[in-house]
Design a protein around this ligand. Structure first.
Ligand code: SAM
Length: 320
């Protein structure tokens, strides 16, 4: 379905839980934040119903995220359920990778190839400082296992932070010489606890300028399936490098997404406080699928031309 600005909205990101097994300093919400009562979190059947109605409204691409999606029991069953919905052409998951390893066989069976794994450092002790958990090895093992099992579309998400991991950008880029993966640098977005940490920000332009020093880097042509990342490759690499400039060069004019929060709110834009609550309709005595479809249409019409400036959100609830 098209929004008021002619954009085709076809991508839904779903936060299946606001719980996470890490507590990354840049991601944890501010003190006012409380975890949702479990009864407020949508069931898998409710999520599947939302996606079915979303398909009627034009959704064909879905990403499951959180919180940490694998922290929710049975999430692979949900993935199987979503893959069975006619009209869903692309399904992916975003995870911190800690619990991923043990689910890889099942994901292989489901032919789910689109796995984004967040990893901000290659140094285990630094991982513990950033995430407050000593778990780097589990994530790294899951990445290398997924590569060796032949998963086709593995991306490592790195939040780029000056003074924290900018000394490792070249090491991350070099991984693409050895592994057929995409390493994606995401500009740090100041919000939540770290809403005032503008000092950490490093622009996509500066990130790539540092990587160019490694040798020949070429910018790649993008296809419509590539999403907002600018793509680059080192000479002779098996993988490539993505740069997501959500802050320095926003891509609102090509934004195609809606977000579904863990408690059933459809959010038209990450940086805006408006949302459409699906839960009352989902939990009404007599559920009307047409009403969910209408609420999708409403959320699409609420999409702003470009993002606002709300910084008071919890990525874990909305779905990063
Ligand atoms: N737990 C999963 C994970 O770690 O990938 C999914 C949820 S996490 C909120 C999704 C993505 O949001 C991660 O790649 C994370 O690094 C990114 N993210 C969280 N806070 C961010 C911030 N302040 N700036 C940029 N990206 C952020």
């Amino acid at each position: 379905m098209q929004d008021n600005f002619g954009r085709n909205i076809h991508y839904l990101r779903i936060s299946v839980t606001d719980r996470c097994n890490l507590a990354c300093s840049y991601c944890v919400p501010n003190e006012k934040f409380k975890l949702l009562p479990r009864s407020e979190i949508l069931s898998f059947d409710e999520i599947a119903l939302v996606v079915k109605s979303g398909v009627r409204a034009g959704i064909n691409k879905v990403r499951v995220t959180g919180g940490e999606p694998f922290a929710r029991k049975g999430v692979v069953d949900l993935l199987a359920q979503l893959l069975g919905i006619p009209g869903i052409q692309k399904l992916g998951i975003t995870t911190n990778g800690i619990l991923l390893g043990k689910h890889l066989n099942r994901l292989r069976e489901l032919k789910l190839d689109n796995i984004n794994i967040s990893l901000d450092t290659l140094i285990p002790a630094k991982f513990e400082q950033i995430t407050r958990k000593n778990a780097w090895q589990s994530t790294w093992d899951a990445i290398t296992k997924a590569v060796s099992m032949g998963f086709k579309n593995i991306k490592i998400n790195i939040v780029a932070m000056k003074g924290i991991n900018n000394d490792e950008f070249s090491d991350f880029a070099r991984l693409t010489l050895k592994y057929p993966i995409q390493v994606r640098f995401i500009e740090f977005m100041p919000y939540g606890c770290w809403h005032d940490r503008n000092d950490l920000f490093i622009s996509g332009r500066d990130i790539i300028a540092g990587i160019v020093k490694l040798g020949q880097v070429k910018e790649l042509e993008k296809t419509s399936l590539d999403g907002p990342a600018k793509l680059f490759a080192l000479h002779g690499s098996l993988g490539n490098i993505g740069i997501i400039t959500a802050v320095s060069e926003h891509f609102c004019s090509s934004c195609n997404r809606l977000r579904l929060s863990a408690d059933g709110k459809l959010r038209p834009c990450l940086y805006s406080d408006s949302s459409v609550d699906l839960k009352p309709v989902l939990r009404a005595k007599f559920l009307k699928e047409d009403e969910i479809f209408n609420l999708f249409a409403k959320a699409i019409t609420l999409k702003p031309a470009r993002h606002g400036c709300s910084r008071n959100f919890a990525m874990s609830t909305i779905g990063g």
